[in-house]
Design a binder for this molecule. Structure first.
Ligand SMILES: [Zn+2]
Length: 84
């Protein structure tokens, strides 16, 4: 039985950073999806830590959310009315 790692969250960027999915830019103050998976985790078949910092557009586009972050992103998105 594999233990579920609490590894996914919506964060707010303190400074500009790069989206890991599409090399787009996450500006300071914007929200992004942060996700880590330890070595040899289900979705991680390498021996390294797998880290994602994806802008919410990419997170949605590539299906990176879990139920919780999906919900948070939707709530945040209502203000902006972003459509894929
Ligand atoms: Zn992106």
């Amino acid at each position: 039985m594999s233990r579920k790692v609490k590894s996914r969250a919506i964060r707010r960027a303190r400074k500009d950073r790069r989206c890991t999915e599409n090399y787009c830019r996450i500006k300071a103050g914007e929200h992004y999806l942060y996700s880590v998976a330890p070595p040899w985790h289900d979705c991680n078949d390498s021996g390294k830590w797998w880290v994602i910092a994806a802008c919410l557009r990419c997170a949605k586009r590539y299906g990176l959310h879990d139920n919780e972050t999906q919900k948070q992103a939707e709530e945040l998105g209502q203000a902006q009315e972003v459509k894929g």
